[in-house]
Structures are given as C-alpha cells and as structure tokens.
Ligand binder design. Structure first.
Ligand code: KIV
Length: 275
C-alpha cells in the first residue's frame, strides 16, 4: 500500500445529480482547460466540457466542426484540473447520429480516454433510442433539448425555440422521450419560462437551464460568457465579471511599461550571487 495519504474527496456522479431533482438547484458551468476547471471545481456540481469549445477556444463559427480529438484533449485537461465536480463531455456532431452502435463506441472512447463520468448528446427526434442503447450498456447520458447548437445549419441560426404550438409540443415530447430513455439529466436551452417549467414538471430527472428561466432544477452558462470575456453577451447571460476589460487594461499597461523601459524593474531581474 502506498505511504502517501489517499485523497478523500469523492467526485460527484450521475446518481448524485439525479437525486437533486426538485432540491437545491444544481450549479453547472462549462470548462475546457485544467486551470479553469481547478478554479470552478469547488463551487460547481457539474463541469461540462461543451462542444462550445469549438467557438470559444478554437474560433470556429459554430459547433459543427468540433471533433472527437478536440473533445478528448479538453476532457482530459478538465479531469486533471478538477477533483470534486462531475465532468460531462459533449459528444460532437457526427459522432452519435449515425447509429446507436457507433454512438456507444464513440461514447465509450470519450469516457475511457478522458475519465469523465458521462457524455451529453443533443436530443433530436431520433436520439431517444440511442440514449436507451448507451445507458443500458453503462454510459451515463445527459440530454439537451430546445435550441440545439449542432442543428444550426438546418435551423439557420441560434434562435429561441418552442414559440409556436407545434414546436412547443415537439420539444416537450423530446424531453419526455430523453428522460424515459434513461438520461440522468436534461439541458433545456433557449425556451420560454412556461415551457421550461412544463418540461421540469413532466420529467423525473433534473432539468438544467441555459436561457430557460429559474424554473429549471439547475443552471449552466458558458463560463467565458459569464466572466465577460467577449464584447457581446447573449440576452440570457448575466455578466459576473468584466475580464475582457481587465485583460485589455493589463495588456495596455504592460505595453506602455515595456516601451518606456519601466518593465522589468529591479524586483524582476536576476543579480549575480554575492561573494
Ligand atoms: O456546448 C456547450 O457549452 C453546451 C452548453 C451551452 C449547455 O452545450
């Protein structure tokens, strides 16, 4: 047995999140890197390695171009940086829609190579069968209904969903099918409060809202949005900091110091050893 003291912190897992249905709201944020995961770990129940990483970190126009390799690399980093929060990795576009068997193989690869506790899929009309197949074979799955970023090319943009009666009914049915298929939680994105509350009442697993009101069982935001790292913020985001302003001010000051030879100063240089 190792002489080192064993870490006693237990990482949260899918059943812990499911147990929170209707209780204290579940705190979730996205994370893509080890240092950010370390900063978020204590306050968050769940860290999502979202495929938003493609837009936030890699400068892609949408999430369609995100690959398995990108998700694995960022999933590994977030696992290294965190120790308490449950880590969920998004299955990228094209990795789960073809067949349940292909989805299972890709989900198993994501979990083996990252060590994450679950995967997330966007729950289109045909995905419930795939969720059922994966859950029965040991993969905890989180669903995602409403605005589905991976469908942006079909939908023609990122717009709030469920405003008309037919779409409202379809989203409610997809959420029900996702929960019945065995998902441990369901993200609801970009829908009005009434629909978010109806889904939350209709399903027996927690709903995690993003642009879906406080009527959900938990909330998630893209961390970089809530920290104010971009000059534009979506309507549903509250900016808890202005890191973009802080960074711009810091870089401006650094540039001025370098140009005026104020940096480095005596405290920031090496001297020969005395004697
Ligand atoms: O990719 C992502 O970050 C997400 C969240 C916005 C829910 O799916």
């Amino acid at each position: 047995m190792s002489a080192q003291r064993q870490e006693t912190v237990r990482r949260l897992a899918a059943p812990d999140i499911t147990d929170r249905k209707g209780k204290t709201p579940i705190v979730c944020l996205t994370a893509y890197t080890a240092p950010m995961a370390a900063l978020l770990d204590e306050a968050c129940d769940l860290l999502l390695v979202g495929d938003s990483v493609g837009m936030v970190i890699h400068g892609l126009p949408n999430t369609v171009g995100v690959t398995m390799e990108m998700m694995i690399l960022h999933g590994q980093a977030v696992m290294r940086g965190s120790r308490r929060a449950m880590v969920v990795v998004d299955m990228p576009f094209g990795s789960y829609e073809g067949s349940a068997q292909e989805a299972y193989a890709n989900a198993a690869r994501l979990m083996k190579e990252t060590g994450a506790q679950a995967v997330k899929v966007e729950s289109g009309p045909t995905v419930a069968e795939t969720i059922d197949y994966m859950v029965k074979r040991g993969i905890p799955v989180m669903g995602h209904v409403g605005l589905r970023p991976q469908a942006v090319l079909v939908d023609g943009g990122f717009r709030a969903k469920g405003r008309g009666e037919a779409e409202r009914t379809r989203i409610l049915d997809e959420a029900r099918a996702t929960a019945q298929a065995g998902a441990f939680a369901v993200v609801i994105e970009g829908v009005a409060e009434g629909l978010a509350r109806e889904i939350t009442e209709a399903v027996n697993v927690p709903t995690i809202g993003i642009g879906a009101s406080a009527g959900c069982d938990g909330q998630i935001l893209v961390t970089d949005d809530m920290l104010g790292l971009f000059d534009w913020t979506p309507k549903f985001v509250r900016r808890y900091a202005d890191l973009r302003g802080e960074i711009l001010r810091a870089v401006e000051t650094y540039a001025a110091d370098v140009q005026a030879r104020r940096f480095p100063g005596p405290a920031e240089i090496y001297f020969p050893k005395a004697g």
